[in-house]
Ligand binder design. Structure first.
Ligand code: 5AD
Length: 341
């Protein structure tokens, strides 16, 4: 089939075969057709509102050792920090006062935050009436249930890659099957479940990416975040090539065709590889942005990848800049919570 027919089939049926996805990913000449189709579906299913999710990166301690990640356990160059629960609650509260309807609490896998501590934080932040998204990695089902009962609404846990062999090479000490089980447990616990993958990892093929997309579809994920891999100096992958914005936006656009009603962020990593990255994503299927609402010092130290832009901007400046970006393309900031359904 030709590009045009594959896009048409996806728009009508929200289904594609692996080979059809690979065809879309390899064709670079007609990518605008893909982007336009994703943009149309986004408008039809989600409207013109863009959801802002206020992101608090509360600890850069991590017990995992992912080969690509700047906050991996073996990075001894990094100064570590963790915020006191009361500080996290304060930051969340001021973000809600600024207008955020969702607070995203993200960290490395840091056992200092016991289940009880996390539940306390969630309960206090929930008093602001914001929706709460948690992104703290792999836990057991009982912990996920406890976070849900404490008031968390959504949880992000990226599969990073659904290519078993690649997963194994990039995540020493971690287990692919357990990753998948954790993601399924999030659904069992009743979360709106977000996952996603990195684009352009060394050894990753277009076929791997096609499988990632089909995994998201099979899971019926509620949110998908994808972004280019950006090599970090203090990791074993420092000398690798990074992923491209174009490929990341293509993967994202195909996800929109297959899962038309989900939430898809225009990610910070897209903006990091290209200042226009977020705008491109918003025009090719994305309908959310996760601005950082934390302190300057911690934005710098939460260096998953290098080169994050605008880290000097404070919470008000960040919000203004992002609203301007959204309005410059004829969209508006959504006033509602932005659940999937
Ligand atoms: N480049 C881009 N994204 C990265 N992440 C981790 N390391 C990198 C990197 N070097 C992403 C992972 C993780 C999210 C919090 O950050 O996908 O889930």
């Amino acid at each position: 089939m030709m590009m045009k027919e594959i896009v048409k089939k996806a728009v009508e049926t929200h289904n594609l075969t692996k080979d059809e996805i690979i065809e879309l990913l390899s064709n670079d000449n007609e990518k605008d057709e893909l982007f336009d189709a994703a943009d149309k579906l986004r408008r039809l299913y989600k409207g013109e509102g863009v959801h802002l999710r206020g992101l608090i990166e509360f600890s850069n301690y991590c017990r995992q050792n992912c080969m690509y990640c700047g906050i991996r356990r073996d990075n001894k160059e990094l100064q570590r920090y963790r915020l006191e629960p009361e500080r996290i609650i304060e930051l969340a509260t001021s973000a809600v006062l600024t207008g955020y309807k969702t607070i995203v609490l993200q960290s490395g896998e840091d056992p200092w935050y016991t289940t009880d501590k996390m539940c306390h934080i969630i309960k206090e932040v929930k008093k602001t009436d914001a929706a709460i998204t948690i992104s703290i990695g792999e836990c057991n089902l009982e912990d996920y249930r406890a976070f849900k009962n404490a008031g968390a609404d959504r949880f992000l846990l990226k599969v990073e890659t659904s290519d078993r062999e690649l997963y194994k090479n990039l995540h020493p000490g971690m287990d692919y099957d357990n990753r998948i089980e954790c993601i399924r447990n999030l659904k069992r616990a009743g979360f709106e479940t977000g996952t996603g993958c990195l684009i352009g990892l060394p050894g990753q093929t277009l076929e791997s990416l096609a499988k990632d997309i089909l995994f998201f579809k099979e899971l019926d994920a509620d949110m998908i975040g994808v972004g280019p891999f950006i090599p970090h100096r203090d990791t074993p992958l420092s000398g690798s090539m990074g992923g491209t914005l174009t490929l990341a936006v293509k993967v994202m656009a195909i996800v929109r065709l297959l899962l038309p009603d989900i939430n898809i962020p225009a990610t910070t990593s897209m903006e990091t590889v290209n200042p226009m990255g977020r705008i491109m994503a918003l025009c090719a299927g994305a309908n959310a942005i996760m601005p950082n609402v934390g302190d300057y010092e911690y934005k710098r130290l939460y260096s998953i990848y290098p080169g994050k832009s605008h880290i000097n901007d404070d919470i008000d400046k960040t919000r203004e800049r992002i609203i301007r970006m959204i309005e410059s393309i004829g969209r508006f900031v959504s006033e509602d919570y932005g659940y999937r359904k």
